[in-house]
Design a protein around this ligand. Structure first.
Ligand code: FEO
Length: 174
């Protein structure tokens, strides 16, 4: 069993991951509506990845004999002024998530809950990648600003992004 504080914080993080999934699904739908099928695909993959993050935490709570309590998922924005704005918001949001993960790691350390600390290492590393990929997308989108053909090419590239199941889930399926 986890401490009540860590149990509650991980339950909140499950909600935060599902909210992230919902945010990126909303960006995907907005991009699709505006004709950016590749951008829509990029955010659709992001939606799948965020659901994996929630799933990893749910599996973890279950494995530690702690009940998962699902809370309502708050409303998300549905319209962005540009693709660049979507990626800027993505980076801003991922920085918030990094803070939440660091907070979980701090509680686990306070509790001397080494199993939880170990589980959270994957999320700490993942947040480095999440922030880096958002920064890369801001750079790519800024590079083609005002260039419609460039944006068309970038959109085509983003159509190639594919979903890969998060490694902790792939490992548990073996
Ligand atoms: Fe679940 Fe984008 O971090």
């Amino acid at each position: 069993m986890l401490s009540a504080k860590l149990h509650a914080a991980i339950n909140e993080q499950i909600n935060a991951e599902l909210w992230s999934a919902y945010l990126y699904l909303s960006m995907s739908m907005d991009a699709e509506a505006k004709g950016y099928k590749g951008v829509a695909n990029w955010f659709f993959v992001q939606w799948q990845e965020e659901q994996d993050h929630a799933r990893i935490l749910m599996n973890y709570l279950n494995s530690r004999d702690c009940k998962v309590e699902l809370k309502p998922i708050a409303e998300v924005r549905t319209e962005w002024n540009s693709v660049l704005e979507m990626y800027q918001e993505t980076l801003k949001h991922e920085k918030v998530v990094t803070g939440l993960i660091n907070n979980l790691a701090a509680i686990a350390a306070e509790d001397r809950d080494f199993a939880s600390s170990n589980m959270l290492v994957w999320f700490i590393d993942e947040q480095i990648e999440e922030e880096e990929s958002a920064r890369d997308m801001i750079f790519a989108t800024e590079s083609v600003e005002g260039d419609k053909y460039g944006m068309y090419q970038l959109d085509k590239e983003l159509a190639a992004r594919t979903y890969t199941q998060a490694s902790p889930l792939a490992a548990s399926a073996e």
